[in-house]
Ligand binder design. Sequence first.
Ligand code: NDP
Ligand code: 8X3
Length: 215
Amino acid sequence: MQKTILITGATAGFGLACANRFAGEGQRLILTGRRTERLQKFCNKHTTVPIHAVTLDVRVRKQVEAFINELPDDFSNIDVLVNNAGLALGMRGAQQADLNDWETMVDTNIKGLMYLTRFVLPGMVTRNRGHIINLGSVAGTYPYPGGNVYGASKAFVKQFSKNLLTDLVKTKIRVTNIEPGIAESEFSVIRFHGDKEKADQVYKGTTPLTPDDIA
Ligand code: NDP
Ligand code: 8X3
C-alpha cells in the first residue's frame, strides 16, 4: 500500500537517502529542508513519484504549523514522519563552546523535532495509524569530549521517543528512535563550519556507516 511519508532534512545525508529509497518504492513523499534548489533537483529527477516539496526551517514554529495546516488534501494523511533534520555544531569543551552553536542545536534537534511531532500527531491519532521515526544517535547514550549539547539533544530524542510510546500506548501508532554511530554525510563539514580537512579527520581509520545504510 502506498504511504504518505514526511521527511525533514531531505536535502542531504540520511534524509536524502531515505527520500531516494522511498521514491524507489513509489511512496507519496513530503520533502522538506532549507535548501530549495536541492528539493527542486530531487523533484526533477523523480517525475513519476508524487512529491510535495516545501522549503522549511524546522526551528520556526509558525512555519512548521502553517506547513502542516496547508498540506494539499492528497498529502495530508501522513503515515510516516521521519524526524531527521538535525546537526552538530562545534566540538570544543563546554567551557569554550559557542553559545550560539548550542542554541542552534537545541532549536533544531530538540525544538524542531518537537514542533513536527506535535503538529503531525493529532492526525495520526484520529486515523489511529502512523509511525514516527526519530533520528537519535549513539551520542545520546555515550559521552565523548566536545559532544556536550549535541549528545544531550540526542538524549532528549531518546527519552522523548520513549515517553511518546507511553502516551500512544492505546493507539496503533509506532515510535522508533534510530541511534546510528558515525556515518559519513555532510554532518562533519557542518559541524566544523565548512572545514573539510577537519571533517575528513573524523572518518580517518574508520569504516563509517553511509546514509544508504541508515535509509
Ligand atoms: P547532513 O548534514 O548530511 O544532513 C542534515 C539535514 O538536516 C540536511 O538535509 C539539512 O537540510 C537538514 N537541516 C539542518 N538544519 C535544519 C533546519 N533548521 N531546518 C530544516 N532542515 C534542517 O547530516 P546527516 O544526514 O548525517 O544527519 C541527519 C540526522 O542524523 C541528524 O539529526 C543527525 O544528528 C543524525 N545523526 C547523524 C550521524 C552521523 O554520523 N552523520 C549519526 C547519528 C545521528 P538544509 O540544510 O537544506 O536545511
Ligand atoms: C553522530 C555520531 O558519534 O559523531 O550522531 O556523535 S557522533
